[in-house]
Design a protein around this ligand. Sequence first.
Ligand SMILES: Cc1cc2nc3c(=O)[nH]c(=O)nc-3n(C[C@H](O)[C@H](O)[C@H](O)COP(=O)(O)OP(=O)(O)OC[C@H]3O[C@@H](n4cnc5c(N)ncnc54)[C@H](O)[C@@H]3O)c2cc1C
Length: 322
Amino acid sequence: MSGVLSFLRNAQNEGSLKFYENRPLFELSSFGIGGPAAMIVYPLDAEALKRTAAEAFSSGTRSIVVGNATNLLFDDLGFDGMVISCASLKRVQYPYRTERDPDGREYIYAECGASLPQLVNTVSRGGITGFEGLCSVPATVGGAIVSNAGAFGCEISDKLLSFEVFEPRTGTTRNRTKRETRFSYRESGAVMPGEVILCALFAAEKGDPEEISERLFAAKKKRLASQPQGVRSAGSYFKRPDAGEGFIPFRGLSAGELIDRCGLKGLRVGGAEVSEKHANFIINKGGATCRDVLTLAERIRETVFMVTGVTLREEVRYIPYR
Ligand SMILES: Cc1cc2nc3c(=O)[nH]c(=O)nc-3n(C[C@H](O)[C@H](O)[C@H](O)COP(=O)(O)OP(=O)(O)OC[C@H]3O[C@@H](n4cnc5c(N)ncnc54)[C@H](O)[C@@H]3O)c2cc1C
């Protein structure tokens, strides 16, 4: 650990990153849950991000790369290693190149830590369409690619052409195309453990500005109407079940509908509660622990399985202490 710390101190002195020791992860996570991480590192540019990931790998330090930490449940004990945040790599560029792609579409470039609202605002202002459904997903571009984030009929992979990945094992940066990546519902296989998405290239068409504004408005309105606001959560806790799963009356229902049919809205363990507004949201009512959330999730899973025959699978990723 001491070699890593001296690397971090030197890099911080050079001005290429910021880092903190024993910093609580609840500050970082949208759930507001998590004990201290041994190190939280904020590389300030892509070179520093690569060097940090390479250092973690070569020193055998356990590490995790995070975006906005909106899909993560950190352990109450924290994380016994290095959390590398992409939050400082936020550049979105549109127009990006003067030429068009082979289908006549325009290019858009985004760094891994750019937020989806920022990406969607930039392209929509430029009259580009195809991203509107993602306007309120609180993800970064890197995190969204990893989980193929989507909303209202739109997925991050729809307009994605390629993304750059740094492989700490070989110290090389590779361009991965959408075609060679297996994007599916909330999955991508885009990275192997330890690899880092640095940036992404998208291509999309121009659209009618009025229709773009209408779609943005509709997406925001739908989210406000259907999801709890002003509370801490990690979004939908469980994935959408396969359409053919479960007893006949329950087939094809969403995770939220199944949980609701089981009468679990408002069920509470400690500070964690099943939202009254959207049953697939576990919310932190104040002081929730990771243990509360995991216990509540287990109760939901057991009840839903007994009543409906559907096995719910987590969308939220639990990050153990060690
Ligand atoms: C209020 C709320 C609403 C939400 N609504 C939606 C929704 O509508 N649709 C949806 O799909 N999701 C939704 N989510 C969930 C979440 O925003 C997505 O899963 C999102 O893709 C996570 O992005 P992130 O940047 O926060 O990634 P994180 O949570 O930080 O990380 C997620 C995973 O990606 C990895 N990762 C992150 N960045 C990188 C990188 N640069 N390189 C390599 N690996 C990386 C992490 O290691 C981790 O495995 C919601 C969450 C909240 C809190």
